[in-house]
Design a protein around this ligand. Structure first.
Ligand SMILES: [Zn+2]
Length: 146
């Protein structure tokens, strides 16, 4: 097979320009809390080193850990992603401090989230929550006197 070289500046038909650019982890940070953004960006660096054009399908939070779905043919991705998911379970999704999956007030039932000790209290009291990749705080109500 010989490669065609055009001397007159013509180019071969380019890649399909209507294809949207691949969505990658930095484009999907809003799906989870800011405490997890650094580990997702570290994962992104590792994935790009293997496959620059990798494509992320979905980043979600489930049972206190990140779930990262990526389209790839590279087997290495599996371990890299699994490491990051495990790291997320021990990283506070609010602030990034060391944490663990807990329920509000450590109840027997309810939503599970990876939180550190200091975020567990306001989260249990519904004073902080995560939305659009940010921490939202309710103004603290003064203790009712009596
Ligand atoms: Zn925290």
């Amino acid at each position: 097979m010989t490669a065609a070289v055009f001397q007159d500046g013509r180019m071969q038909a380019s890649e399909n320009d209507s294809e949207p650019p691949a969505r990658q982890l930095p484009d999907d940070l809003r799906s989870v809390g800011p405490g997890w953004h650094p580990l997702l960006l570290r994962l992104h660096e590792r994935l790009v080193a293997v496959e620059p054009g990798y494509r992320v399908e979905r980043v979600t939070e489930k049972f206190g850990a990140a779930r990262i779905e990526v389209t790839t043919t590279h087997a290495e991705f599996r371990d890299l992603i699994s490491d990051a998911e495990q790291e997320s379970a021990t990283t506070c999704e609010f602030c990034g401090a060391p944490g663990r999956p807990r329920r509000r007030s450590d109840a027997d039932r309810g939503w599970i989230k990876a939180v550190c000790d200091s975020c567990h209290v306001p989260w249990s009291q519904h004073l902080i929550l995560i939305g659009h990749g940010e921490v939202w705080r309710k103004p603290a109500r003064p203790q009712s006197a009596g």
